[in-house]
Design a protein around this ligand. Structure first.
Ligand SMILES: Nc1ncnc2c1ncn2[C@@H]1O[C@H](COP(=O)(O)OP(=O)(O)OP(=O)(O)O)[C@@H](O)[C@H]1O
Ligand SMILES: [Mg+2]
Length: 305
């Protein structure tokens, strides 16, 4: 018999006034797997997660957390929660907050190990109010994990972290998953989802627009993507003129041109020829790379939310 899901969300609806922030969303998360809820700003990720945490009351659908209703008191010791806005007491010292939270559990994790792993010792005596954004994130994560939960909800755990902290957080999260914990995290950082997730649910406008493993989502992408970097700024019109209709060209903010569509050898020949005529040197050309970011933009469009 398959093991029951750690989290089962069916046809979830959450409205704020007349706005349907979550609009019939299904989500399943399993023990020993990392499930990423990926979506643009305002897609309904936090609303969904907070319904699962028992912090918001759904307007429709069902949520089962470890087989129980989300507001069941028995879940308090079994589920870890890291909120997007921290939710930590601002006047207390960071170290005291963690110790205090640990004391609420019958079998907490080793506080010293967590402090060490997340580099909290450096600011343990600082009040939460005075912590930097990234320090607060790390403390919030430690508080979510200290109870040794079976299921954790992490709302944007990687937001605002420097590369070292991010690596430490990723390592910790992977370890949880390997120990059989069900990890549900939200993110709009594609590389984070791509690096960590076993299962990805792409949400837009409160609905699931795609789901699958990272590999499945990448193979399902409509087109391949080619990245072109030139020594001098590439004349976009010349590039467009050299390509067949149907191949889309986009200038990224970092100066790279991305071409979407299946590129033939002739296309590459014409493209570099057109650039040569303009006296532009190609510095880097990578054909056929597809990232989660490409899939995400295909699914959710490019306009800002
Ligand atoms: N308490 C609230 N009252 C009214 N509207 C809200 C409330 N919370 C969220 N919303 C709205 O619901 C929609 C979904 O918000 P939500 O916070 O779930 O998005 P999100 O996917 O977590 O976004 P982000 O990536 O910015 O964290 C947004 O349009 C937001 O403005
Ligand atoms: Mg959010």
């Amino acid at each position: 018999m398959p093991t029951p899901a750690a989290l089962e969300v069916t046809d979830l609806v959450k409205t704020y006034g007349s706005r349907r922030a979550v609009d019939g969303l299904d989500l399943t998360a399993h023990h020993g797997r990392l499930t990423a809820v990926l979506g643009p700003n305002g897609a309904g990720k936090t609303s969904t997660i907070e319904c699962c945490e028992g912090l918001r009351t759904p307007d429709g659908g069902t949520v089962r957390v470890l087989g129980l209703a989300p507001d069941d008191q028995r879940l308090r010791s079994r589920v870890g929660v890291m909120l997007q806005d921290g939710g930590l007491p601002t006047a207390a010292r960071a170290g005291d907050v963690l110790t205090h939270v640990a004391a609420m559990y019958a079998r907490p994790r080793d506080v010293h190990e967590l402090r060490d792993r997340l580099g909290l010792d450096a600011f343990a005596r600082t009040t939460v109010r005075r912590l930097s954004g990234g320090q607060r994130q790390r403390l919030a994560l430690a508080c979510a994990l200290v109870g040794d939960p079976e299921l954790v909800f992490l709302d944007e755990p990687g937001a605002g972290l420097d590369p070292q902290a991010r690596a430490a957080v990723w390592a910790l999260v992977r370890e949880l998953r390997d120990r059989g914990v069900a990890v549900v995290l939200t993110t709009h950082q594609m590389d984070e989802a791509q690096a960590l997730a076993d299962d990805v649910v792409v949400v837009d406008h409160g609905r699931v627009v795609a789901r699958g493993s990272v590999g499945e989502l990448l193979t399902g992408a409509r087109h391949t993507t080619t990245r072109l970097r030139t020594r001098e700024p590439a004349p976009l019109e010349a590039v467009r003129g050299a390509l067949r209709p149907g191949l889309e060209v986009r200038a990224e903010p970092d100066g790279v041109l991305t071409l979407t569509g299946d590129l033939t050898p002739q296309d590459v020949h014409r493209l570099t020829g057109a650039l040569a005529q303009e006296g532009v040197l190609v510095a880097d050309l990578t054909v056929g790379v597809r990232t989660l970011q490409d899939v995400f933009l295909e699914l959710t469009g490019t306009e800002l939310r």
